[in-house]
Design a protein around this ligand. Sequence first.
Ligand SMILES: Cc1cc2nc3c(=O)[nH]c(=O)nc-3n(C[C@H](O)[C@H](O)[C@H](O)COP(=O)(O)OP(=O)(O)OC[C@H]3O[C@@H](n4cnc5c(N)ncnc54)[C@H](O)[C@@H]3O)c2cc1C
Ligand SMILES: NC(=O)c1ccc[n+]([C@@H]2O[C@H](COP(=O)([O-])OP(=O)(O)OC[C@H]3O[C@@H](n4cnc5c(N)ncnc54)[C@H](OP(=O)(O)O)[C@@H]3O)[C@@H](O)[C@H]2O)c1
Length: 460
Amino acid sequence: MDQRLPRACIIGAGCSGFTTAKRLQDLGVPFDCFEMSDDVGGNWYFRNPNGLSACYESLHIDTSKWRLAFEEFPVPADWPDFPHHSQLLQYFRAYVDHFDLRRKITFNTRVELAERTGEGLWAVTLSTGERRLYDVLFVCNGHHWDARVPDYPGAFDGPAFHAHDYRDPFDPVDMRGKRIVVVGMGNSAMDIASELSQRPIARTLWVAARRGVWVLPKYIDGRPADKSAMPHWMPRKLGLSLARKKIKKTIGRMEDYGLPKPDHEPLEAHPSVSGEFLTRAGCGDIKFKPNIAELMGDKVRFEDGSVEAVDAIVYATGYRISFPFFRDPELLPDAENRFPLFKRMMKPGVPNLFFMGLAQPLPTLVNFAEQQAKLAGAYLTGRYRPPPPEEMTRIIAADEALHLGPYYKAPRHTIQVDFGLYVHDLMKEIRRGEARAKAAGWALPVAARTKAGAEAMAAA
Ligand SMILES: Cc1cc2nc3c(=O)[nH]c(=O)nc-3n(C[C@H](O)[C@H](O)[C@H](O)COP(=O)(O)OP(=O)(O)OC[C@H]3O[C@@H](n4cnc5c(N)ncnc54)[C@H](O)[C@@H]3O)c2cc1C
Ligand SMILES: NC(=O)c1ccc[n+]([C@@H]2O[C@H](COP(=O)([O-])OP(=O)(O)OC[C@H]3O[C@@H](n4cnc5c(N)ncnc54)[C@H](OP(=O)(O)O)[C@@H]3O)[C@@H](O)[C@H]2O)c1
């Protein structure tokens, strides 16, 4: 390790954290990675003792194996197109062992507090009580663990829980013979409603949602749908238009399955993907209701005025973005999950902080931070110089139009990006930053390289 390079702290060893660790290791940047659990894998570690995984027994990733593989580490040849969560965890463990990262991760250790010192360094307090100073902080704590539950008027007497706590049809509640409402039409709702609506399980199952969605198939023309990317030379508008036509031709009208008409076009929202949901709806096993209007003890009133006797509610209503280790309100998103960042990674004015994997990329988040780590790595080794904060702020607004442009504006889409478009732009930004660095004779990228920072490090 080059001792002149800044020292980094990585919070979390899910797929965003450990691939960031790999990049830093490759570049010789010294780092510590803290993981509160006893192993890597984050969300993909079923029954993770950290209590943060939303993984259920039947979960298969809806990104095909062709799109989720890390560079330099192909997925096993015998994998199915859409692997089970246990296969993904095995792949992650193998990656960490292959690149000898495990000994660099401190397990069973939570970052409790991360504060900027007067010198601009990061003071990190661990669950062991230890306090350490770092030049740079990488936030890789995931954003699908802090369950968001709607606050409906009234009270419900039966079991009601968030999708985050759903493990299988018998855990946390035996759902056999029950009249069930699943709220939401995201991917958690797709999977859980499809599973519970099977005749041996639910007596009746309603999906309640405030808007309709397009339920995309996992396969189109016999191939994983996310494998059919448009050729790179095709103008984006034309590509989107062709993709929309193809999707509509494949699945038809949502109204024909008894579902509401979506108020947007296919691919204007983070896709709800399921090979089963439409069939279950078409068979009448999944029935549709508008959003819940009131909880009435053992009944639920819906926004169309209908009232049903209900035994259990599953809130598949998404997640809040949370950073429990920050106290500074400037470093927290707003109530609508809005958190503008330069290239979805950096906060203008805070040069030594990176948020990794903090996006809702289509088609996958699994190997997203691997690409982001290229910019961070170039920065920490002095090859990349970011633009000044005011320029960053201008670019954030321009990027939102570019990345969020094709997407419907809803709270869950505030961090939406198109993977291909994003990475293309990120690589261009790295080249721009390299030119800026060269022009400025840039060699002092982070706080520790200032005199005050170096002294604070020496004193620590
Ligand atoms: C049910 C479900 C299905 C999904 N399916 C897909 C899919 O099909 N395709 C896809 O691309 N994405 C999917 N996702 C998104 C999922 O978030 C990503 O695939 C991936 O897990 C993100 O990795 P991550 O490392 O950013 O976060 P996580 O996997 O959440 O890992 C974060 C890690 O940080 C650790 N940590 C958190 N706080 C601290 C702390 N203070 N100190 C120390 N350690 C800490 C945690 O213990 C955890 O190990 C799904 C999400 C859910 C909930
Ligand atoms: N098989 C898989 O691979 C799989 C399975 C599960 C989850 N995932 C991934 O995990 C992430 C989280 O998915 P998710 O489905 O848990 O959450 P999500 O994508 O945020 O979807 C939440 C759903 O709840 C609705 N909702 C939110 N607040 C509501 C309210 N107050 N009243 C009524 N409805 C409300 C949303 O509607 P609006 O559209 O109106 O906001 C949306 O339909 C996503 O990235 C998803 O792709 C993948």
